[in-house]
Ligand binder design. Structure first.
Ligand SMILES: [Cu+2]
Length: 256
């Protein structure tokens, strides 16, 4: 069993298994997107390096304290240079940095990739609620597109909202994020998405949900007194159910 698989065991099976934050949770939430899967894999990969380096440095410090004190070594060796040692302690960290940098850039650029999105969801942060707009769907040609506000409803964990976002699974989705007043941050851990909502600026991210489920998140940028009371709930449904839901929403708009 490699170190990498031990870490992923800790993350996936032992510590947590959920799409919402849990009390005393230590690991990640279950990934629902390729992006989050990549981030968790990368985290596990880096943990291998961190563990080896931390153990090595600790061992070296203990070794120095034990072996190189006045009692054990009354007369110190007086050399100032060691070419071999200098080469090793230059090349080795450089190699470790390369091994970390290459997959990290791969992941970073893949997160930025937007592949021919089918659905666009525009998210606007307000003090203190979120509003959502399905820019592709309007009641009339050129009419106002489907949109609604999403307010928290009081539950024990303060994570539920009155209007959930519904999105299709296995579909490339573009999310556009902005704010109407102050900085907010649209964050859903299972998606690996955490995008600042800046007033006057439209940020873009891609989203591809791999499985149906209900995903919980929260505003993650201190935005005022009710910052803790503007949760995010996204329901991933099948494409058929998504189309049915959109059609019903549009019918309701026309009836209103
Ligand atoms: Cu906020």
């Amino acid at each position: 069993m490699s170190l990498n698989s031990i870490f992923s065991y800790l993350n996936h099976s032992f510590i947590t298994s959920c799409d919402a934050a849990e009390p005393w949770q230590l690991g990640f939430q279950d990934p629902a997107t390729p992006a989050m899967e990549g981030m968790i894999d990368f985290h596990n990969y880096i943990m291998v390096f961190i563990t080896v380096i931390a153990v090595f440095v600790l061992w070296m410090m203990v070794k120095i304290l034990v072996s190189f004190n006045e009692d054990v070594n009354p007369t110190s060796v007086k050399f100032t240079h060691s070419s071999l040692l200098e080469i090793v302690w230059t090349i080795l960290p450089a190699l470790v940095l390369m091994l970390i940098a290459v997959p990290s850039f791969g992941l970073l650029y893949s997160l930025d990739e937007l592949i021919d999105p089918t659905v666009t969801l525009k998210i606007v942060g307000h003090q203190w609620y979120w509003s959502y707009e399905y820019s592709d769907y309007a009641t009339l040609e050129g009419g106002e597109s489907l949109n609604f506000d999403s307010y928290m409803i009081a539950t024990d964990d303060l994570l539920e909202v009155d209007n959930r976002v519904i999105l299709p699974v296995n579909t490339h989705i573009r999310v556009l994020i902005t704010a109407a007043d102050v900085l907010h941050c649209w964050t859903v851990p299972s998606f690996g998405l955490k995008v600042d909502a800046c007033p006057g600026r439209l940020s873009q991210a891609s989203l591809f949900i791999k499985r149906e489920g209900t995903y919980y998140g929260q505003c993650s940028e201190i935005c005022g007194v009710n910052h803790g009371f503007m949760p995010i709930v996204v329901k991933g449904v099948s494409v058929d159910n998504f189309v049915t839901w959109i059609a019903a929403k549009l019918d309701n708009l026309i009836l209103d």
